[in-house]
Design a protein around this ligand. Structure first.
Ligand code: DER
Length: 258
């Protein structure tokens, strides 16, 4: 994987003395970004009052280990008067990114806070390797859409998610998308922990259902439909949020999409 080169290139463009508030994503790729932040700090190339906003326990630890200052989303004022944004740039990984820069995230179970931070950012820059670059979501990522749910009724929510797309409720979807749902009824699987018996428990104390449904032709419609199920806390589809995506290729080159 060329993540190292990827972050190496993107750092000059996105993290420098002009960035004062930086969102730090979660996952394995972001670890490389944290390493570069340490280097930039050493070279005195970061804003002297840089604040980093974590998206998970892991991300907060990365910030602390890098010797940077962590801040909370709600402690930050708006960047510009009348604007909703309080973060200059967020750099985050992704599980898959489609041609329109819609993404599936949550493979690491951090998508609730990742989405909160992304929504408060002027720019969301995704970094990933070439295997995550696709035309349509669901083409490459075959583990389903991560959906964070309340543990209070996870099996009820699971059943509802598996039946969540009555044709009459599907608005704004192409005929192809509707047909895809007809033939790919969603299957929701409770994510299991690896070195603990039982389910994964998120940083927020919730469970994750991975909902497989084949290709997703209309990410915004699917995101909205999934969110309508009571007990769904956040959906790992990030529609219309990323401003650019950088992919590290096998040969070490970079593909950047805006
Ligand atoms: O869980 C997440 O949302 C992560 O950001 C994930 O999407 C990317 O993780 P990776 O860099 O380990 O592949």
């Amino acid at each position: 994987m060329s993540s190292l080169n990827l972050v190496e290139q993107s750092k000059h463009k996105h993290v420098g003395p002009t960035v004062r508030v930086l969102g730090v994503g979660s996952g394995s790729t972001v670890v490389y970004a944290a390493e570069r932040l340490v280097e930039l700090k050493r070279l005195n190339k970061l804003h002297p009052e840089l604040l980093c906003v974590p998206t998970s326990f892991q991300s907060k630890q990365l910030i602390i280990d890098a010797g940077l200052r962590a801040s909370d989303l709600d402690d930050l004022p708006e960047l510009d008067p009348g604007s909703f944004a309080s973060i200059d740039v967020t750099i985050d990984g992704a599980d898959e990114v489609d041609a329109e820069l819609n993404a599936i995230k949550g493979g690491g179970g951090a998508h609730l806070r990742e989405k909160l931070v992304a929504a408060a950012s002027k720019k969301l820059v995704l970094i990933a390797d070439y295997r995550k670059d696709s035309e349509v979501l669901g083409e490459k990522w075959d583990k389903g859409v991560p959906v964070e749910v309340s543990p209070l009724a996870w099996s009820t929510i699971k059943r509802q998610l598996e039946r969540f797309v009555p044709k009459s409720r599907v608005q704004g979807m192409t005929a192809e998308a509707v047909a895809a749902f007809e033939y790919n009824h969603p299957i929701a699987v409770l994510r299991q922990a690896v070195r603990k018996a039982g389910p994964v428990v998120t940083d927020n104390g919730n469970f994750i259902l991975d909902v497989s449904m084949g290709k997703i032709y209309d990410p915004l419609a699917v995101e909205q439909l999934l969110k309508m199920v009571p007990g769904v806390i956040e959906v790992g589809i990030f529609s219309n949020m990323a401003t650019e995506a950088w992919f590290g290729n096998e040969d070490g080159s970079i593909t950047c999409r805006f």
